[in-house]
Design a protein around this ligand. Structure first.
Ligand SMILES: *Cc1c(COP(=O)(O)O)cnc(C)c1O
Length: 389
């Protein structure tokens, strides 16, 4: 029998990071000593106290049943408490928070709650691929907002044509940004909320990297800190990057209660909630000492400095990011992103992400994830030095 997939599935490009992972595995099979700066997956284990909380919760029979619903009230309360402490934002745990099986799940499913065929979805590019995947699956029309260095890697909201804005249903926004590592200034949030109100567009703010910043004076923010935010949008959060919990699959969406309820309704019909043992581990992560997060920031900062200083010493032109664990590096003159990625893999056994793989405005850049220890970064730099650009 010939198995024919749907047109929508055919429309999807291969998931970028699965492709990169495949190439990496091929190189490892050839015997290469690969240094992987590709996928944004923390290399460090989940902190011990969180693992132990998960182990205890795993043994409880009441956690072995369908979790259902928007998450345990205790988890939603932990989220609300964390928001209050971190951002001074008030959230009602009863109806303004919904647990997710990782924020990717909620971001991907959100479209089902709001997008009708032909509706426009405003998507930053380069950007996290899932914003567009959900759009394709719902027959929405993606409108890509280029993130350019000359605009501080912010979308130019004034450049969005009036007719597009009028047809738009959702705008995705992500700062600290993957892949450009940019953060957004306060003025941008104010403008974003005005824009959303004017055109009746839901703001979907992806804040997966809020805890990875390097300067106490330029702390990252929550979109929900700004006046009027809760009227127009929600914020997606994840325990993946903050607590090295990518494998656990735990995140949440919070903010506008009608938007949260609509996403929760989709989830009720698609999955049956987040494993409660995982939610209990999440409660421990959010409510216990945040020293592990402080340590993580220090660790990434040392890696960032090693990589950026090292590349600049080799004649690259790299700006140190203020947040996220990515370095968005301009490629050496005369090269395309894909050429640099291929050269680094073939000649240096270094894996990184081509900027244009995350959107066409990423051409001319490669993304390095700071997911290996400093000695390996130094080894990578030594290899790059020996490989002529
Ligand atoms: C890693 C990441 C996420 C979080 O994914 P999870 O599904 O929570 O693991 C969300 N958005 C962006 C931009 C990311 O890079």
């Amino acid at each position: 029998m010939k198995i024919e997939t749907s047109e929508k599935l055919k429309k999807l490009p291969p998931y970028l990071f699965i492709e990169i992972d495949r190439k990496k595995k091929e190189a490892i099979e050839r015997g290469a000593d690969i240094i992987s700066l590709g996928v944004g997956d923390p290399d460090m284990p989940t902190p011990k106290h969180i693992v132990e909380a998960g182990q205890k919760a795993l043994a409880k029979p009441q956690n072995h049943q369908y979790p259902f619903g928007a998450g345990m009230l205790s988890f939603r309360k932990a989220v609300a408490g964390w928001y209050k402490k971190k951002f001074n934002v008030d959230l009602n745990p009863d109806n303004e928070v919904c647990a997710l099986i990782g924020s990717k799940e909620g971001i991907g499913h959100m479209h089902l709650a709001f997008v009708n065929p032909g509706d426009v979805v405003l998507i930053p590019e380069p950007g996290y691929p899932v914003y567009n995947t959900g759009t394709i699956f719902t027959d929405g029309i993606p409108y890509f907002m280029p993130l350019l260095e000359k605009n501080g890697f912010l979308p130019d909201l004034d450049a969005i044509p009036e007719d597009v804005a009028k047809k738009a249903k959702i705008i995705f926004v992500n700062y600290p940004n993957n892949p450009t590592a940019a953060i957004a200034p306060k003025e941008f949030y104010v403008k974003l909320i005005q824009f959303a109100k004017k055109y009746n567009i839901i703001v979907a703010y992806d804040n997966a990297y809020s805890e990875i910043y390097y300067d106490e004076n330029e702390k990252t923010m929550s979109f929900l800190e700004f006046e009027g935010a809760k009227e127009v949008g929600v914020e997606f959060h994840s325990l993946s990057k903050t607590y090295n919990m990518t494998g656990w699959r735990l995140g949440w969406v919070c903010g506008n209660k009608d938007i949260v309820a609509a996403i929760a309704k989709v989830k009720d019909n698609y999955d049956s909630g987040v494993f409660q043992a995982v939610q209990e581990a999440g409660i421990t992560a959010l409510t216990s000492s945040q020293e592990c997060v402080e340590e993580m920031r220090k660790m990434y900062k040392a890696r960032r400095d090693a990589l950026c200083d090292g590349l600049n010493a080799l004649g690259w032109n790299v700006t140190k990011p203020k947040a996220s664990f990515y370095v968005w590096a301009k490629v050496p003159k005369g090269y395309k992103s894909s050429e640099v990625v291929a050269k680094l893999l073939d000649e240096c056994a270094i894996v990184c992400t081509p900027g244009n793989g995350m959107g066409k405005s990423g051409e001319g850049y490669v993304r390095f994830a700071l997911t290996v220890p400093v000695p390996r970064i130094k080894e990578a730099l030594a290899r790059i030095k020996n490989c002529k650009f």
